[in-house]
Design a binder for this molecule. Structure first.
Ligand SMILES: Nc1nc2c(ncn2[C@@H]2O[C@H](COP(=O)(O)OP(=O)(O)O)[C@@H](O)[C@H]2O)c(=O)[nH]1
Ligand SMILES: [Mg+2]
Length: 428
C-alpha cells in the first residue's frame, strides 16, 4: 500500500467506525426509549389497576352504607308508624333535675309563670344527653380544682380535658390563654374559674351567631323560606327534618317538605312517615333515581301555590368525594333561584356529634363547596364528644341553629348557647 492508499483506508476505517458507533448509540437509545415506554406502560397499568381497586372498594363501601341505611330506615319506619302520636310531656318529680332546668330558665330572665313542661323536659334531656361528655370533663375538672385557687398546673389539666371532649385546638387555645391571662392578674378560685370558663365557651359559640345577625333561625313571614338539609349519610338529616317540620307546623308556619333524597327508595317512605307525624305534606317523586332538582321544582311550584312559609328539603348524603353531591346541591339551588328568586335560602349542615373530629372534617369540606349558612348538631345524647359544637363554631365559623338529643319528634330545639354551656358544665 502506498502512503496515499494507507491514508485513505485509515480515513475509510475511521468513517466506518464512526458510523458503526453512531448506529450502536442510536440502537442503544432506541432500546432505552423502548424500555422507558415499557416501564411507563407498566406503571400506567398498575395505576389503573389501583384506581379500579379503589373504585371497587368505594362502591362496596357505598353499597354497605346503603344496605345499613335501608335497614335503619326500615326499622325506623316500623317504630315510627307504631308510635304515631308522641305523648304529651308530663311533669316529673320536683327533683334535682327539675330544679336545675328551672334555674337555667330563671337565669335567662324567665318568670315561673312563663315556663312550660316541654322546656323543662328538653333541658333535662339535654343535660342527660351531655352526661357522657361531662363525665370525662367537668367531674374530673371539679375534682382537680377542688376549692383551691387555680394554678398553672390545673390549666394544663383543663387543656387536656377540653381536647379530649373534642372542643378543638383553636377553641382550647383561646380559652386557656384567656384563663392564663386572668391568672396572672388575680387569684381565681375554682368556682370563679368555672364561671369564667362558661363565659369563654359561650363567647366562642356566640361569635358566628352574632355575625349572622340572627339570634335564632326562624322562617321570615311573608316570604318563602327554603331550608336545605345537607350532610353525609346517616348523620340524621331526615330525622332532623321531621323534627323541624313538627316545630315549624306547631309554630303556625305553613310548612312543606320536599323529598329530594331520591337515591334510596326507602328515603322517600321514611320522610313520608315524618310528614304524617307532623301533619306536613310531602312532595315526592316515586320513580327510581328521580332527579332531585325536579322534585324541588315541583315542591317550589306547590309552595308558591299554597303560599307556604317554609319548604324543608331533604337531600342525599353520598360522600362528596365519590359522587356529584355538590353538583346536585348547586343544581337544586339554581332551580330555587329561578323559580323563587325572592326565597330566603338556608343551607343547614347536619353533623353527628358522636363523630367528633370526623364530623368537623366533613363540615370543613362541605363549607368549602356548599355555601353553608348554619349547622345542626344531632345525637348529642349518648356521646362523649359534645364539645365538637365548639370546634364547629370556632373552626368552621358556622352558627349552630338547632340541636338534637334523641330520636323522638320533640328531641330537637333551637340552639341556645346559654343552655348548652350550662348543660355541658353542669356539676352533677
Ligand atoms: N340518638 C339519636 N339518634 C338520632 C338522632 N338523630 C337521628 N338519629 C338516628 O340516626 C339514624 C340515621 O338518621 P337519618 O335521619 O336516617 O339520617 P340521614 O341519612 O342523614 O337522613 C336513625 O336511626 C335516627 O333515628 C339523635 O339526635 N339522637
Ligand atoms: Mg335521609
Amino acid at each position: 500500500m502506498t502512503n496515499n492508499e494507507s491514508d485513505s483506508s485509515r480515513e475509510w476505517a475511521a468513517q466506518a467506525f464512526a458510523l458503526l458507533k453512531q448506529k450502536q448509540e442510536l440502537k442503544k437509545q432506541e432500546e432505552q426509549e423502548l424500555k422507558k415506554q415499557e416501564e411507563q406502560e407498566l406503571k400506567k397499568q398498575e395505576e389503573q389497576e389501583l384506581k379500579k381497586q379503589e373504585e371497587q372498594e368505594l362502591k362496596k363501601q357505598e353499597e354497605q352504607e346503603l344496605k345499613k341505611q335501608e335497614e335503619q330506615a326500615r326499622i325506623l319506619n316500623q317504630s315510627v308508624s307504631e308510635t304515631k302520636i308522641e305523648p304529651e310531656a308530663e311533669l316529673g318529680e320536683f327533683d334535682e333535675e327539675f330544679t336545675w332546668s328551672a334555674m337555667v330558665l330563671a337565669a335567662q330572665g324567665k318568670k315561673p309563670n312563663q315556663i312550660s313542661i316541654d322546656e323543662i323536659d328538653w333541658l333535662s334531656k339535654l343535660k342527660r344527653g351531655l352526661e357522657q361528655t361531662r363525665k370525662g370533663f367537668v367531674s374530673e375538672l371539679l375534682d382537680k380544682l377542688g376549692d383551691d385557687p387555680l394554678t398553672p398546673e390545673s390549666l394544663d389539666d383543663l387543656e387536656t380535658l377540653l381536647i379530649r371532649a373534642d372542643v378543638g385546638i383553636d377553641s382550647t387555645d383561646k380559652v386557656i390563654n384567656s384563663l392564663r391571662k386572668k391568672l396572672n392578674e388575680e387569684v381565681v378560685d375554682g368556682e370563679e374559674g368555672i364561671k369564667f370558663l362558661k363565659e369563654e365557651l359561650r363567647a366562642i359559640i356566640d361569635e358566628p351567631i352574632k355575625n349572622s345577625g340572627k339570634n335564632i333561625l326562624t322562617p321570615q313571614k311573608g316570604k318563602l323560606n327554603v331550608w336545605l338539609i345537607v350532610g353525609v349519610n346517616g348523620v340524621g338529616k331526615t330525622t332532623t327534618l321531621g323534627k323541624l317540620a313538627y316545630l315549624s307546623a306547631k309554630s303556625d308556619y305553613k310548612t312543606l317538605i320536599a323529598a329530594a333524597d331520591t337515591f334510596r327508595a326507602a328515603a322517600v317512605e321514611q320522610i313520608k312517615v315524618w310528614g304524617e307525624r307532623s301533619n306536613v305534606d310531602v312532595i315526592s317523586n316515586q320513580s327510581k333515581n328521580a332527579d332531585p332538582a325536579a322534585v324541588v321544582f315541583d315542591a317550589i311550584n306547590a309552595a308558591n301555590k299554597r303560599k307556604s312559609d317554609l319548604l324543608l328539603v331533604d337531600t342525599a348524603g353520598r360522600l362528596q368525594t365519590k359522587n356529584n353531591l355538590m353538583d346536585e346541591l348547586s343544581k337544586i339551588k339554581k332551580i330555587i333561584d329561578k323559580k323563587a328568586p325572592e326565597a330566603i335560602i338556608e343551607s343547614l349542615l347536619v353533623l353527628d356529634a358522636s363523630q367528633g373530629q370526623n364530623g368537623l372534617k366533613q363540615a370543613k369540606s362541605f363549607a368549602k363547596s356548599a355555601n353553608l349558612s348554619g349547622a345542626i348538631i344531632t345525637k348529642l345524647d349518648g356521646t362523649s364528644r359534645g364539645g365538637v359544637s365548639l370546634a364547629v363554631a370556632k373552626e368552621v365559623c358556622l352558627p349552630i341553629r338547632f340541636i338534637g338529643a334523641g330520636e323522638g319528634i320533640k328531641d330537637l330545639r333551637p340552639f341556645n348557647s346559654f343552655e348548652f354551656v350550662e348543660a355541658l358544665l353542669a356539676d352533677k
